[in-house]
Design a protein around this ligand. Structure first.
Ligand code: MSP
Length: 612
């Protein structure tokens, strides 16, 4: 952001600047509160709202803090996606990761508020609407809906979908703007600089490539001169610096924290928060010749989304419904907005800073960020149609280490999904159920606790479950998948070593041992289905059903169900049926056929049953 603070031209009714020491923080979870700054209830909030309560601050006797009613809620957000074009795999990636984290938190018994939505104002959207020959409103309705449809196809269980064109959101943005204004942090000035419409951001000339091209979008930035309102970000330099020092968990992964600290150290400059040239936006309060800058509008979606239907539409109410967010999941390109601008804006308005911002990497194609503006995208709809939601979710979460970039390759996709889901997990279940049907009439002969008595195999499974939990908690989703897969690998090894099919043939005590072994493996399958359910929910639901559980039992499962002991003697298993169809690429290894016969390129599915 290249805006300087020069050229102050008018003050537009500024109130006295509040001393920074009176601005409130509240840190929850991993982040601790900044010792220098004590939380203060903004006076408007301190009034006795029916839904907010006050309690003594743990650090300072007698201090009162705003405590959202839903104290235990885990509020997590995806970015609100631009509706310049329908979603691509890059945008789906954040949402899949957020859904996995939300599902894991629900398993832990947390009340989760998972927020996603669409960012619908600004120049880029207005231009896309015009190009499509639709009014901005029609255009936004259509594209926003395409996000919802894709989320359904990908098994995304969000709780809130906010559109920045919602009237309740507009009211929240205006109230927020007025608070910041009253805090003395908005002023009017002229600005001239180079603007990237795709980033919706003024750029520093030194960041740009030849011909003033944006390094992200490879398109030339345009020179703009405007009379705008500015947010006094520079005032928050020291406060943010101190905050990050005291709350190093605020930005994850660690290397992104270093990046953010570097930006702040190099000097924060005020940025313009209105546009005189853009009509498609929320009008600036008291100046309808300007609209609010799309970022100063969209970030507030995280707050306005919290409002329940029928509630009063104001900041106080939204805050009481769950602010601050526990986790903002974002891509690395929008880290500065979330880890620098947003906390400063919140502090200015007297609101708490979110607990954590996690900046993941990019899905790339040929090393370039996959994106709508570059047109090098991968269609998530096609992937889901061809391979199913579980395969898509599993591949991207397992293959791309969360936080780093990852390149897509179809061969790798098919290999990984077949090896892990169809073979290691699916076939283990299938061959065990086949043996159980043949030898025990599909009924468990022992409780799983009894079957595993004195067997150290159970302890290795317990350890891997703990590992998976640790990784989920640390948002290491790929490692969490790996730990669960290790359980299945251990199960396969156990099965091969014990060879229950031979033991059954020996009869007597050997048969009894074999029956116990099958219970042990099926117990392992139950544990895998619980532990992997955040990543591949449909697959895990099918495993539950094969194990003789109802859909309701699957939906009621919690992380406690990863403990050994869920399967009981007498439980009847379902008819063995493959839970994951192996993907077979009919054109495997035949480039020529692939090129000639594009429509034949579709991978076919076949049943992945392998007999023990
Ligand atoms: N509208 C803003 C966000 C406002 S949040 C208050 C925006 N929208 S976006 O549609 O351009 O991008 C949304 C998210 O998708 C960002 O986190 C971005 O990093 C992510 N991705 C877009 N392309 C991506 C990849 N190729 N790979 C991974 N994520 C990428 O920015």
């Amino acid at each position: 952001m290249a805006a300087g603070r020069a050229l102050l031209s008018s003050q537009n009714g500024l109130a006295a600047v509040a001393p920074l020491s009176s601005i409130g923080y509240r840190a929850r979870g991993l982040a601790s509160s900044l010792p220098l700054l004590r939380r203060r209830c903004p006076s408007a909030f301190a009034s006795s709202s029916a839904r907010c309560c006050s309690r003594p601050h743990s650090e300072g006797a007698g201090e009162r803090v705003m405590k959202p009613e839903k104290d235990e809620a885990f509020v997590l957000t995806t970015p609100l996606y631009y509706v310049n074009a329908p979603p691509h795999m890059g945008s789906a990636y954040t949402t899949i990761a957020a859904d996995a984290i939300a599902r894991f938190q629900r398993l832990l018994g947390k009340k989760v508020v998972f927020i996603t939505g669409t960012d619908e104002h600004g120049e880029k959207i207005a231009a896309a609407a015009e190009a499509s020959g639709r009014s901005p409103r029609e255009h936004c309705d259509t594209i926003s809906q395409s996000y919802r449809i894709l989320w359904r196809e990908l098994d995304i269980a969000y709780d809130k979908f906010i559109r920045t064109t919602d009237s309740k959101h507009e009211a929240i943005v205006k109230e927020f703007y007025s608070r910041v204004l009253n805090n003395g942090d908005i002023y009017r000035a002229d600005y001239e600089g180079l603007y990237c419409v795709n980033c919706e951001e003024y750029k520093d000339e030194k960041e740009l490539l030849e011909n003033n091209c944006c390094p992200m979008h490879l398109k030339p930035c345009v020179r703009r001169k405007e009379d705008n309102y500015f947010f006094a970000l520079s005032k928050y330099q020291k406060t943010l610096e101190d905050y990050l020092t005291s709350n190093p968990d605020f930005v994850k992964p660690l290397f992104r924290l270093n990046e953010v600290q570097g930006w702040i150290k190099s000097g924060l400059r005020d940025f313009s928060i209105s546009r005189s040239s853009v009509e498609w936006g929320i009008p600036v309060p008291n100046d309808d010749k300007q609209t609010i800058y799309v970022w100063f509008d969209a970030l507030l979606g995280y707050v306005s989304a919290l409002l329940e239907e029928g509630e009063q539409t104001n900041l106080e109410q939204a805050v009481c419904s769950g602010w601050p967010a526990s986790l903002h999941l974002i891509g690395k390109d929008i880290l500065r907005f979330h880890a620098v601008y947003w906390p400063a804006m919140l502090l200015s308005a007297g609101l708490s800073v979110p607990n954590m911002v996690f900046g993941h990497g990019f899905l790339t194609k040929d090393g370039m960020k996959m994106g709508k503006s570059l047109g090098n995208t991968l269609e998530p709809k096609d992937l889901v149609q061809r391979f199913g939601a579980d395969a898509v979710r599993y591949f991207f979460l397992r293959e791309v280490e969360f936080g780093n970039d990852g390149d897509y390759s179809e061969d790798r996709f098919i290999n990984i999904v077949n090896a892990h889901l169809a073979n290691t997990i699916g076939n283990l279940l299938n061959r065990t159920l086949g043996l159980l049907k043949k030898n025990c009439q599909s009924m468990l002969a022992f409780d799983s606790i009894i079957a595993a008595e004195g067997n150290s195999f159970k302890d290795s499974v317990d350890q891997l479950v703990e590992k998976a939990k640790y990784h989920y908690e640390n948002l290491s989703l790929s490692s969490a998948c790996e730990s669960v897969l290790d359980i299945a690998n251990a199960g396969n090894l156990y099965m091969d070593e014990r060879a229950p099919w031979s033991l059954f043939k020996q009869g007597g005590a050997s048969s009894e041992m074999a029956a116990k072994d099958l219970v042990i493996i099926l117990e392992v399958m139950r544990i895998i289905a619980t532990a992997l359910s955040p990543i591949t929910p449909s697959l895990c639901s099918r495993i539950y059903s094969q194990l003789g559980f109802s859909k309701e039992q699957f939906e009621a499962a919690t992380w406690d169900d990863t403990k050994w002991g869920g399967l009981k003697a007498g439980q009847i298993m379902a008819e063995p049926k493959p839970v994951f169809a192996r993907i077979e690429n009919i054109d495997d290894g035949n480039e020529v056929v692939q090129n000639k016969n594009k429509d034949k390129k579709k991978a076919s599915h076949r049943q992945g049953l392998v007999e023990a």
